[in-house]
Each structure stands twice: as structure tokens, then as C-alpha cells.
Design a binder for this molecule. Structure first.
Ligand code: CP
Length: 331
């Protein structure tokens, strides 16, 4: 029987607690570019529903019982890996975790051979993090299982952008017309790339800023405004998204004078936060380098929604797993 539940300041028609008229035509989740605005909205509406399950005393539904999900993490991760595993367990899927150091890739096995062997065990979904841009696409072209990109090189991190947008929508009520500043190492950030695409699709106005050496070429193609200084980026915005310097992707390159100089020029403090709207929220995908891109008092302050992002991450990943598993009934 149909019912109405509140989602932020909107009302969504539901059936059995799941939003009606869900739109999601994807076989894999590899990037944000492939998703329509309706598909983005479907994920957010569904995540609101799954957030409620995560708040129950017994945080488990049998929705993905009998389905197998393999989490193949070839690069380090805390938030993404744990939240996928928690999401899978809350949906009663059988989840299996593989990391680079514990797998036979450390003995020289190729990624393709590894994936073919995993595929032979008939999982429904593969969640893939890899240091090489395009690795999840490469796998998706060669397996029957649905593939979720959990971050590939500096290319894309679609579930991070989905959870960031879902957190913004929940905190602010809407995304269209909002001013969002993304600050830091844009060139090496898959989070920045996926968020620029998602926020532009959803009608936000995005400003990006960072050291010139950390801004990639053709950034304007994302439909964002490039500003030189942190104060210009922060002036009057609704959302500040601070990014970590991706040291693991810099190699021997030296793109800024010193960490101290970077913190002085692009680090968010309570003083610079004053330039934003009074109700502006502060976001960070994690892990944070406290005292570099963000002062500890900002990370832990009243405007920070950083841990809300992590909480929403589980709900968003439950939604994505559910949609890629063919939207089975929820009990
Ligand atoms: N935000 C994010 O991807 O964090 P992890 O690297 O810890 O997964």
C-alpha cells in the first residue's frame, strides 16, 4: 500500500517504504557522467530510506540474501571499504573482501586473471578500487557481474560524489542554485572530478580553487568557475568542500613551496570560514590532514558535516547495491 514519507523538505511517494517510480537503467556504476538527473535523484531518495534502516536497533533487512558481493580493493581505503562492507551486511548480502597485499596479484597474477577467477565463483556485484584510472571500466567490459567503481586513480569516485550530494541535499534541503566551493588539489582528485560533474548536473554553481600547479588543464569544461584565492572561493558560498593533497599521486613532483605555506594560503580556518554564508556547511571526503587543508577546530566545529558524510555513505552504498542487484523487495 502506498504511503508518504518525508525526504528533507520534499515529499516522496513510496510503496513498502521504497520511493515509487524509481529510474535507474545502469548495469554498472562506473562514473557520474553516465547517470541522468533522475537516476541521481533515485539514489538520493533511496538513500534516505536506507538511512532509516541504519537507525533501527536491528540494522538488517533480508533484501540481498543469497547475493554475493566481492570488494576488490587494490588501493588503501578506510571509509569506502568499510562502508561498502557495512552496507552489504545491512542488506544481508554475502560479502568477501580482497586487498592487493592479501591477493595473488602480489605473486604476479594480472588484474584480468584475478577478476576472471573471482567471476568463476559467480558473484553478482564487484566493488573495485584501483590506482589506475579506467580499471573498473576494463573489468566491467569483461565480466557478467555488475561493477561499482570505488575510486580509480585520479579519474572518478562516483559513490563519494553521490554521498556528498545526498549529504548536501539533506543539510540544505536542495542543491539547485547553491554555491559550492571545492578547494585543494583538484588535479589529482577523483572526488573533485566526480563532484564537479554531479553538482553541475544538479544545478549547483561550483567554484574551484587551489595552487595553480594543482589545477588541471581544461577545468572550465566542467562548467565551473576557477578562482585564484581561498577568500574568493569562500565568499558567500553555501558549501565548502576541502580536499587533501594527494601525495600518493605526486611522485617526485613538488607542486607547492611547503606544507606550512600551503596551509597559510589554502587552509580553512575559523577566520576564513567567516567569509561563507552563516549557515554554510563544511565537507571533506577524508582522510583529513589536520592543520594542512583544514584547522582541527573547523573539522570538529558546528558547521562540519564530515561525519554525516560517512554516515550517509553507508545509506548511499546500500541504495547503489540495491539498484544494481535489480531492486529486489525490501522487508
Ligand atoms: N573518501 C574516501 O574515499 O576515503 P577512503 O580512501 O578512506 O575510502
Amino acid at each position: 500500500m502506498g504511503s508518504w514519507c518525508s525526504s528533507g523538505n520534499r515529499h516522496v511517494a513510496t510503496e513498502g517504504g521504497i520511493p515509487k517510480a524509481m529510474t535507474f537503467q545502469q548495469r554498472h556504476l562506473l562514473d557520474i557522467e553516465s547517470l541522468t538527473v533522475d537516476e541521481l535523484t533515485t539514489v538520493f531518495d533511496l538513500a534516505d530510506r536506507f538511512l532509516e534502516i541504519s537507525e533501527r536497533p536491528i540494522k538488517k533487512v533480508p533484501t540481498l540474501r543469497g547475493r554475493t558481493v566481492v570488494n576488490l580493493f587494490m588501493e588503501p581505503s578506510t571509509r569506502t571499504r568499510v562502508s561498502f562492507e557495512v552496507a552489504e551486511k545491512r542488506l544481508s548480502a554475502d560479502s568477501v573482501n580482497i586487498s592487493a597485499s592479501g591477493s595473488s596479484t602480489s605473486k604476479g597474477e594480472t588484474l584480468l586473471d584475478t577478476v576472471r577467477n573471482i567471476e568463476a565463483m559467480n558473484p553478482q556485484i564487484l566493488v573495485v578500487r584501483h590506482g589506475e584510472a579506467g580499471a573498473p571500466h576494463f573489468i566491467a567490459d569483461r565480466v557478467d557481474a555488475a561493477v561499482i567503481n570505488a575510486g580509480d586513480g585520479a579519474h572518478a569516485h562516483p559513490t563519494q560524489a553521490l554521498l556528498d550530494c545526498a549529504t548536501m541535499r539533506r543539510a540544505l534541503g536542495s542543491i539547485r542554485g547553491r554555491e559550492v566551493a571545492i578547494v585543494g588539489d583538484i588535479a589529482h582528485s577523483r572526488v573533485a572530478r566526480s563532484n564537479m560533474v554531479a553538482l553541475s548536473k544538479l544545478g549547483a554553481r561550483v567554484r574551484v580553487s587551489g595552487p595553480r600547479t594543482m589545477l588541471p588543464p581544461h577545468l572550465e569544461d566542467f562548467g565551473v568557475e576557477i578562482v585564484d584565492s581561498l577568500p574568493q572561493a569562500l565568499e558567500g558560498v553555501d558549501v565548502v568542500m576541502m580536499l587533501r593533497i594527494q601525495a600518493e599521486r605526486l611522485g617526485n613532483k613538488c607542486l607547492f613551496a611547503s606544507t606550512r605555506e600551503y596551509a597559510r594560503t589554502f587552509g580553512l580556518t575559523n577566520a576564513t570560514l567567516e567569509l561563507t554564508k552563516p549557515e554554510a556547511i563544511v565537507m571533506h571526503p577524508g582522510p583529513i590532514n589536520r592543520g594542512v587543508e583544514m584547522a582541527p577546530e573547523v573539522a570538529d566545529g558546528p558547521r562540519s558535516v564530515i561525519l554525516n558524510q560517512v554516515t550517509y555513505g553507508v545509506a548511499v552504498r546500500m541504495a547503489v547495491l540495491y539498484l544494481l542487484a535489480g531492486s529486489p523487495p525490501v522487508e
